[in-house]
Write a protein that binds this ligand. Sequence first.
Ligand code: PRP
Length: 171
Amino acid sequence: MAQTTLISRAQIDQRVAEMGKQITADLQGTEAIALCVLKGAVFFCTDLMRQIGMDMALDFIQVSSYGNEKYSSGVVTILKEPMLEMRGKAVLIVEDIIDSGLSMREVHRYIEGRGAEVVKTATFLDKPAARKVDFKADYVGFSIDPQFVIGYGLDFAEKYRNLPDVQVLTD
Ligand code: PRP
């Protein structure tokens, strides 16, 4: 398998800093929670939070989407629920990538159901061409073509998450 760099560490740092500034401007004055969607978003979330110039709580959610080729039912199950009270808060859902849109749609619905006053979504990567359901994130790091990417939290069979940049995996 071959790997080529798609997004460099310098590009990541610059874009994450820009996103942090924008989010700070938008959420200033709210009681905010960053909700990191495990596991891939951990890397992006910690970098992003350090670029946000206001106090922000941190919580985690984990979802699993079951959609193999034969049963692409699009069912998303919540594996780990957040611990913090969401009622009346501004919740920023932080994802590493949006593909079909199913995970983000489900997490968004779930957090609205928990009574959050404001729900915003930030994704490091967006693959708009892979959507099965319509979903637009409020903050997008990079929009990419539908190719298999690894690194900066993104895995292939649990490998490569700790690569510092984003690479494309090809045969
Ligand atoms: C990936 C990614 C998103 C989701 C995006 O998670 O982190 O949560 O898939 O895909 P979707 O838009 O088609 O729903 P994955 O299930 O691979 O878990 P991981 O983050 O633990 O690797």
